[in-house]
Design a protein around this ligand. Structure first.
Ligand SMILES: CNc1ncnc2c1ncn2[C@@H]1O[C@H](COP(=O)(O)OP(=O)(O)OP(=O)(O)O)[C@@H](O)[C@H]1O
Length: 193
């Protein structure tokens, strides 16, 4: 077995590797901070937001943020979608990403998908929403590891992964990554791997 096949520390879901790379050891454990991230899909289009401030500034991403104390993850995801894109939507859990940077709390990000919504999509102080065709997702202007797991979300394959980055000035440099899917949910596997 290749050493990258083994699940990295922090991944508890029953998943098998579909993407992995980088070198060195996984960074050591820190306290965990919870985040959410929501992607709206309508037919061939995906709604992303251009982040205007804070973590991930100038990148496209789903809509999300920190889970507040005494708030469920789902409530936080719905609140952030409303605050940042102006809409409400029934959410389905799509995957989990552990984002690790030495010296910072680990970010445990619960990622959700939605296929319908109500309200009017609106720009907020934090995000400028923009539709993209599924074939024209701006991966070069997103977090480096989005290219590995976003296709899994689009194909409706529950995934779990970890991405270790090092912070150099304002930049985050990808060091090592691992993404897996549950081998028992093979319904649309050919669409994504
Ligand atoms: C590889 N690393 C990553 N890959 C993909 N997405 C990532 C990410 N690391 C963080 N994210 C997302 O970026 C947003 C940050 O949210 P962030 O602005 O810090 O939170 P919040 O809206 O609570 O901010 P305020 O404290 O109100 O400014 C939030 O959606 C979170 O899920």
């Amino acid at each position: 077995m290749n050493s990258m096949d083994a699940k990295p520390p922090g991944i508890i879901d029953e998943v098998k590797m579909v993407h992995g790379g980088g070198s060195g050891d996984w960074f050591p454990a820190e306290e965990i901070r919870k985040y959410t991230n929501v992607f709206l899909i309508q037919g061939d289009r995906l709604l992303l937001g251009y982040k205007k401030r804070g973590l991930g500034i100038h990148k496209y991403n789903g809509f999300g943020g920190k889970v507040e104390p005494n708030e469920s993850t789902l409530d936080a995801a719905q609140r952030e979608l409303q605050e940042e894109a102006g809409i409400i939507a029934p959410l389905e859990h799509a995957g989990t990403l552990l984002f690790v940077v030495p010296g910072s709390k680990w970010a445990h990000i619960d990622i959700f998908r939605a296929e319908e919504y109500s309200g009017t999509i609106a720009e907020s102080d934090e995000m400028r929403p923009e539709w993209f065709n599924k074939g024209e997702i701006p991966f070069d202007n997103m977090w480096d590891t989005d290219r590995y797991w976003l296709p899994l979300l689009l194909a409706n394959r529950p995934f779990s992964g970890r991405a270790d980055y090092e912070k150099k000035g304002e930049d985050f440099i990808l060091k090592k990554w691992w993404f897996g899917i549950n081998p028992n949910t093979v319904s649309q596997a050919n669409q994504c791997i």
